[in-house]
Design a protein around this ligand. Structure first.
Ligand code: GDP
Ligand code: MG
Length: 597
């Protein structure tokens, strides 16, 4: 395909503004799939994505479109994830394209992720076409939203494309805008081969599949390719495109997107952002890469039933095959036994992995409190990264602790601004900017990430009745007055419940977790003290009073089957308990205790 007949584009939008629906309509309109094959949200192919209505993995599809100028164009669409945790996947999708459709819900307007994504697209030098979606809704205010796009983003919105992705209204207008307003790719077929490795995943039949965007030269079957980051060499078995079905082709030329298989053993060998070149005629300089994904939130995952450890190990390995941004390493906890320390891009990522483990792999897990990565300098000059509060060295040998900060952008209707600012201040936030667009406020704050991983989204949603939108990026490390809070149940430390907190919040958090545990740990035959401590200093204490009661007492002499049932029920409950010294803590207590407020 000649370069001027190719358009590579992505769709960027705030979550729920209709990106996936529009992608489906474009696929349908260009006839890439028949009506019978067409399922809602074709690109969101993971069950979980579909259910939650979010897009996790970036997806791509090739469309053929006969334009009004009579020529047929190849349009490569990259779907991008909409959630903050996956900003990194957005950036690599954008690096593979020349233009973006900026979808804005005409009944909602510009939101925090609209802005975050649009800035990334501008950074990637994209041409951007604004698309106003959901104009079928009575609440749609296209003129107001156009004005907002101009005021807030500074993009000319006078010829924004007005559509309803739901009803299919003006999908043709979107396709024409792609062809006439987005630039074609550049590239040279005679230059040495350079292709961008956009993504990779494991396919049960094909092995590792690599998603590429060819910049120069070409990729074809039988070619020996070299990964520039590590020098590994592979022979291409298949090249192809997504229609969205995988269809083999002879070659991929400059400007084209598609897939390559090359008997690569594990996804870990394929680094996203890497440059693929020809082994016999290699490029000297790689393409400008993008930042690798670094896990920012860690937590421990332990099987409720210790017999499931092996199953957990296998399941994590399988998940990792499809998600190179997920990290894990073995860990042992005195309280929870053998498990894994797992690293995630953010809280949603953590939740998704946990849910997949329970749903797809049928695992019952205990997760420890999510923790960010602290940098510690000891008095002897030694430096370390702290992924797990349990590994915190004794306070006397710690010189400096640094914690990660973020820069957050929050957009919220004026009516709810007060409580949002209060929340940010409570979480040690520092205001950088507060501006208004109509009756919407945009607050930019620096916040410690540690204050955000504990239920910040939930609180933000609740204080704004769901109207606030939020986006963040990492913004360096800063020294902080941080302490490790240990939780002792019956005088025994429960390492899985220990957590890091700023000293100013330590008493409150310590008290709150003790109060919760008091409610959640069932009374036992003896009195149980529950304490929160910093080092040896106790900062909060609760006591669970003793109880003496035989569960079967009520039915003595009575119905034997009822008695047996009760005992069985009790046994069932036991499986979900963890024994700490003499005390049993139910799994639900862990989960609830680890949720901060
Ligand atoms: P995404 O998160 O940006 O991918 O958004 P989706 O495509 O999943 O759409 C979010 C919700 O908005 C879904 O319930 C869609 O059915 C709905 N939706 C998408 N486009 C339109 C539209 O043009 N009109 C209306 N009324 N609803 C739409
Ligand atoms: Mg979607």
């Amino acid at each position: 395909v000649p370069l001027d007949r190719i358009r590579n584009f992505s769709i960027i939008a705030h979550i729920d503004h209709g990106k996936s629906t529009l992608a489906d309509r474009l696929i349908q309109h260009t006839g890439a799939v028949t009506a019978r094959e067409m399922k809602e949200q074709l690109l969101d192919n993971m069950e979980l994505e579909r259910e939650r209505g979010i897009t996790i993995k970036a997806q791509t599809v090739r469309l053929n479109y006969q334009a009004k100028d009579g020529l047929t164009y190849t349009l490569n669409l990259m779907d991008t994830p909409g959630h903050v945790d996956f900003a990194y996947e957005v950036s690599r999708s954008l690096a593979a394209c020349e233009g973006s459709l900026l979808v804005v819900d005409a009944s909602q307007g510009v939101e925090a992720q609209t802005l975050a994504n649009v800035y990334q697209a501008i950074d990637a030098n994209h041409e951007i076409v604004p698309v106003l979606n959901k104009i079928d809704l009575p609440a749609a205010e296209p003129d107001r939203v156009k004005q907002q796009i101009e005021d807030v983003i500074g993009l000319d919105a006078s010829d924004a494309v007005m559509i309803s992705a739901k009803t299919g209204l003006n999908i043709e207008g979107v396709l024409e805008a792609i062809v006439t307003r987005l630039p074609p790719p550049k590239g040279d077929v005679n230059a040495t081969t350079k292709a961008l490795l956009v993504d990779s995943w494991y396919d049960a039949y094909l092995g590792v599949v690599v998603l590429v965007r060819v910049k120069d030269g070409e990729l074809r079957k039988g070619q020996r390719i070299r990964m520039m980051s590590n020098g590994s060499v592979h022979t291409i078995e298949q090249v192809g495109v997504f229609t969205p079905k995988m269809v083999p082709v002879d070659r991929l030329s400059p400007g084209e997107m598609g897939f390559v298989t090359a008997a690569i053993k594990t996804v870990a060998d394929t680094n996203v952002g890497d440059t693929i070149t020809d082994d016999r005629n290699p490029a000297t300089e790689p393409l400008p890469g993008f930042k690798p994904s670094i896990p920012v939130v860690w937590c421990g995952l332990y099987p409720v039933d210790a017999d499931d450890f092996e199953k957990l190990r296998e399941s994590l390995a399988k998940l990792r095959l499809n998600d190179a941004s997920f990290h894990y390493e073995p860990e042992t906890s005195a309280a929870l036994g053998f498990g894994y320390r797992c690293g995630f891009l953010g809280l949603l990522h953590l939740e998704i992995i946990q849910e997949r483990l329970s749903r797809e792999f049928d695992l019952d897990l205990i997760a420890t409190a999510p923790s960010v990565v602290y940098k510690i300098r000891k008095t002897n000059g030694e430096e370390m990264e702290l992924h797990n509060p349990a590994d915190m060295p004794d306070g006397s040998v710690v010189d400096v602790i640094e914690e990660p900060w973020i820069k957050a952008t929050i957009m919220v209707p004026d009516d709810y601004l007060g409580p949002v600012l209060t929340l940010c201040n409570e979480r040690r936030g520092r205001q950088i900017e507060l501006t208004y667009v109509g009756n919407r406020a945009m607050a930019v704050y620096r916040l410690p990430l540690n204050e955000v991983v504990f239920d910040f989204y939930d609180r933000l949603k609740s204080v704004s009745r769901g109207y606030a939108s939020f986006d963040y990026q990492q913004d360096g490390y800063e020294e902080g007055d941080l302490v490790k809070i240990s939780i002792l149940v019956n005088a025994e430390p429960v390492d899985a419940l220990s957590f890091m907190a700023h000293r100013s919040a330590a008493d409150r958090r310590g008290r709150s977790i003790c109060e919760k545990l008091k409610e959640l740990i069932p009374r036992q035959l003896f009195k149980i003290p529950i304490q929160a401590a910093i080092g040896s200093r106790v900062i909060a204490r609760e006591t669970i009073s003793a109880l003496s009661k035989d569960v079967t007492a009520k039915c003595y002499g009575g119905d034997i089957t009822r008695k047996r049932k009760l005992l069985e029920k009790q046994k069932e409950g036991k499986k979900r308990m963890r024994q700490f010294g003499k005390v049993e803590i139910p799994q639900s207590a862990f989960i609830a205790a680890l949720k901060m407020d």
